[in-house]
Design a protein around this ligand. Structure first.
Ligand SMILES: [Zn+2]
Length: 531
């Protein structure tokens, strides 16, 4: 389809022509960018013209860290998100269990004990009386802890004598040492297949995730999930139903499941493709498992726990380099960030990787030490951050890391000023996928209620243009598609997001209420707001 857009405010992301008022789209590509007379002259018979005064057009926005099919799925499981007491969670779980046959598994997500009155973590006894007949798994809001009942512990065969697995922790009752019902990271991995089996239709979940994302103005996602979730997306693509672009990050386990000819770096199509393997260096802030150099402020005996320690990281990174992959490593605590940098440096040295050859990335980078920035920059790693996390967790970060360390928590401006490529995402379903929520958090450093006043460490606020780059040009580069995507430039694919109001002119408090007017992928209007 071919059309022109005129009279808009176009943020092109193209340094040669950063601003424009009109664009022509032909055959799926950007044909020309300019002012109204220039573009109107190009219009041919049969082309639609959209005159959009007051609207903002940006390159198609990309959520560069999420778990996309899970996002679709989580819209259907029991949600405990935002509930402010254990009692409220129990009530919702009880209601959900009432609709199940005995023995059916009950899965839910989204609990956050830091929102509860006394901030105490729950245990199995808080589930056993409300779901006596159903194995029950409730995934913490951050995805790094599962709260399970006694039926699940028995199904897993866990008891007092069961050791913690590498990269995981089984929380235990203080007196008896029996598993208490909280499983962290690798400790819940044996449950994953069972949980997946209790869900039915992944392809529908993928399609629903897509529908929601297109409405929100997203034209692409970087998504990390295991192989069967990738297959759901691949099936949609084979049926010609995949519209959103998915840069899929693969997991080491996939190499055991997937046909080897399918799993090659940079294989795929411009709609669904690979280039990164995703590894995990540590846990999370909310679960107290983010790996730190110094102890937690609220737990002087704890520094978190590695999922893969420094040496294993190095071995794994080298292994995937040899297979031709870029790597992405989840690192939330400052020690985990140091470990990743050291492991990447060592693996590159060992294999003689040339500067600029890799598009490696660190996911989250929620806390770092300023003295690590020089190596970070030298290695040229991308910082893949989630501004919504700061909005959700700034109070918790102060409590667990202390105000001094928090100077370098979620410190996006510092990362950018150090010369690192910065890209943004949501980690959906573990936080809000709405790109306007992310943009708002990036420029205000406030939560949705406008707190703290003036912004949390306001020196770290970004401009809207900087944040938009982190949603467009940088993820295009990281996913090795910068020739095709990431800016409104003649010759590139026509992926556009059109907002009904110009965010540059609208106070940031109002952004979450601004409608997406159109979402365009490959020159096709994949969402149009008809209100
Ligand atoms: Zn994630």
């Amino acid at each position: 389809m071919s059309f022109i857009i005129t009279s808009a405010h176009i943020f092109t992301g193209d340094p040669d022509r950063p601003r424009a008022e009109a664009v022509a789209v032909e055959g799926g590509r950007i044909a020309a960018v300019g002012d109204n007379p220039e573009i109107e002259r190009l219009r041919r018979p049969g082309w639609t013209a959209y005159d959009l005064p007051g609207r903002l057009v940006t390159p198609g926005l990309v959520d560069s860290h999420c778990h996309f099919v899970y996002y679709g799925l989580f819209r259907h499981v029991v949600s405990l998100r935002g509930l402010t007491s254990l009692a409220a969670c129990r009530e919702r779980i009880r209601t959900a269990a009432a609709g199940l046959a005995p023995g059916d598994w009950l899965v839910g997500e989204g609990w956050d004990h830091y929102l509860w009155d006394d901030s105490a973590e729950p245990d199995r006894t808080d589930l056993d009386d409300v779901t006596p007949d159903n194995p029950t798994v409730m995934i913490r809001a951050d995805g790094h802890t599962m709260w399970v009942n006694s039926r699940v512990l028995a199904w897993m065969g866990l008891d007092r004598s069961s050791p913690d697995p590498p990269g995981g922790r089984i929380e235990r009752d203080a007196g008896t040492g029996e598993p208490g019902g909280l499983l962290r990271d690798a400790a819940f991995h044996p449950l994953r297949d069972q949980i997946h089996a209790s869900f039915k239709d992944w392809k529908t979940a993928a399609a629903e995730a897509q529908e929601s994302a297109l409405r929100l103005g997203l034209t692409g996602v970087h998504s990390s999930e295991d192989w069967p979730r990738y297959q759901a997306l691949a099936e949609l693509e084979a049926e010609d139903r995949l519209q959103i672009r998915v840069h899929h990050l693969v997991r080491p386990e996939d190499f055991k499941q997937a046909p080897p000819d399918r799993l090659r770096s940079q294989a795929g199509s411009p709609r669904l493709w690979f280039s990164h393997v995703k590894l995990l260096a540590d846990g999370s802030l909310g679960s107290g498992t983010a790996l730190l150099h110094e102890p937690y402020a609220d737990d002087p005996s704890g520094r978190g726990a590695p999922i893969l320690d420094r040496d294993i990281l190095e071995t794994q990174i080298a292994r995937f380099y040899e297979l031709g992959w870029d790597i992405a490593v989840h690192a939330i605590g400052d020690r985990a960030v140091t470990n990743v940098l050291e492991a990447v440096a060592a693996a590159r040295k060992r294999l003689g990787v040339r500067p600029g050859e890799k598009r490696d990335r660190i996911e989250h980078v929620q806390l770092f030490r300023p003295q690590d920035l020089a190596l970070y920059r030298e290695l040229g790693l991308v910082a893949a951050v989630q501004p919504v996390f700061m909005a959700s967790d700034w109070r918790l970060a102060e409590k667990k890391w202390g105000p001094d360390r928090c100077r370098f928590a979620y410190a996006w401006k510092t990362l950018l000023s150090a010369g690192l490529p910065l890209q943004m995402g949501s980690d959906a379903p573990f936080d809000r996928i709405e790109p306007l929520a992310g943009l708002q958090a990036a420029v205000t450093r406030q939560d949705p209620r406008g707190l703290p006043e003036g912004g949390w460490f306001p020196d770290e606020r970004l401009t809207l243009a900087q944040a938009l780059r982190a949603y467009t040009a940088v993820p295009a580069w990281t996913s090795r598609k910068q020739e095709l995507l990431g800016s409104v430039t003649p010759g590139k694919m026509a992926d556009l997001t059109v907002f009904r109001e110009d965010l540059f002119e609208t106070p940031s408090e109002r952004w979450p209420a601004v409608d997406v007017e159109m979402t365009v992928i490959d020159g096709e209007i994949v969402f149009q707001n008809s209100d």
